[in-house]
Design a protein around this ligand. Structure first.
Ligand SMILES: C[S@@+](CC[C@H](N)C(=O)[O-])C[C@H]1O[C@@H](n2cnc3c(N)ncnc32)[C@H](O)[C@@H]1O
Length: 290
């Protein structure tokens, strides 16, 4: 097998020169030739897309993201498939596993949690497979930030309080301190900051925000296991949430939402169903909202 980094570099080089023809031949949601990288959604099997469900039901081999994919979903839909947990396996192990199964004419599905395009490390697996002449494609899923906002009965964007959304993660093994932009998002004031992969570091993240002089009363809402039966909501502020989360004992699998939108309070009615309602069908900003 080609070294995975060499495969990534080679595929990147091809991509730099020209767009893959398949980009124009297919729309998202099309079932295509090859190994689908399917978003399993946040946990509840009902939040898997119809296409995703059909693909896993037909699969002979499902390589899944371990405890982040609800076992209920695997039990319900992947009855006949061989199941392989990807946790603890490197590309050198995963890629030949999927390639060999595909070459043996088995239906292979790579099942990521949430949406594979968000902190999923999917593209590197796809590039390594494509480099080995195994075609691949994405099937999107519901990312956990969207499940958390549904649980909280709020929107991540709200007129006046939250004009932007940031999907981010805190500094740690992957991000150097200067690559951690959480403080900058909070500073902007009208951004809903959704922190992935940061449950274990909420205390440190909040301490940094306090040291940087951010408002200690800024709301922070944590949703553990959004859409799972043991889902839990912990509400606090930049000042209080660290201790509350420590008391709750969660170190993983939670969405941390900083900003007023997490509470759903204090927003203004939109223009869409106000002044713009009768402004005619060609208003592009009206079209952009719904
Ligand atoms: C490796 S990332 C994968 C994210 C995934 N691709 C997505 O779109 O949700 C794992 C992180 O996603 C978040 N996460 C995943 N599932 C979750 C859920 N059901 N509820 C809350 N957060 C979740 C947690 O922050 C976790 O640390």
């Amino acid at each position: 097998m080609t070294d995975p980094q060499d495969a990534i570099d080679a595929q990147s080089e091809v991509r730099r020169r020209e767009r893959d023809e398949r980009v124009y031949e297919h729309t998202a949601g099309d079932v295509q030739e090859g190994v689908p990288f399917v978003g399993a959604g946040p946990g509840d099997p009902g939040l898997l897309t119809v296409t995703g469900k059909e693909l896993v039901e037909d699969a002979d081999l499902v390589v899944h993201a371990g405890s982040l994919v609800n076992s209920e979903l695997l039990d319900e839909y992947c009855d006949d498939a061989e199941l392989v947990n990807s946790v603890g396996k490197d590309l050198e192990e995963l890629v030949p596993l999927m390639r060999d199964a595909y070459e043996d004419d088995r239906n292979v599905v790579r099942l990521h949690s949430g949406d594979p395009a968000i902190y999923g490390a999917a593209l590197e697996q796809m590039d390594a497979l494509e480099h080995a002449d195994v075609p691949t494609y994405f099937v999107p899923g519901v990312t956990s930030a969207f499940a958390a906002s549904a649980t909280l009965r709020t929107q991540l964007t709200l007129n006046e309080t939250a004009n932007h959304v940031a999907f981010t993660r805190p500094q740690g093994k992957t991000l150097d301190p200067e690559e951690d932009h959480i403080g900058e998002f909070v500073e902007m004031g009208d951004v809903t900051t959704c922190i992935y992969l940061g449950t274990h570091a909420v205390g440190e993240t909040m301490d940094r925000l306090l040291d940087e002089g951010h408002d200690p009363d800024t709301p922070v809402t944590v949703v553990y296991h959004a859409s799972w039966p043991d889902e839990e909501i912990i509400e606090g502020t930049v000042e209080t949430i660290g201790e509350k989360l420590e008391d709750a004992g969660y170190r993983a699998s939670a969405m941390v939402i900083i900003g007023q939108a997490g509470t759903g309070a204090g927003y203004e009615r939109s223009y869409l169903y106000g002044d713009w309602a009768n402004s005619g069908p060609n208003d592009s900003e009206t079209e952009a909202d719904d």
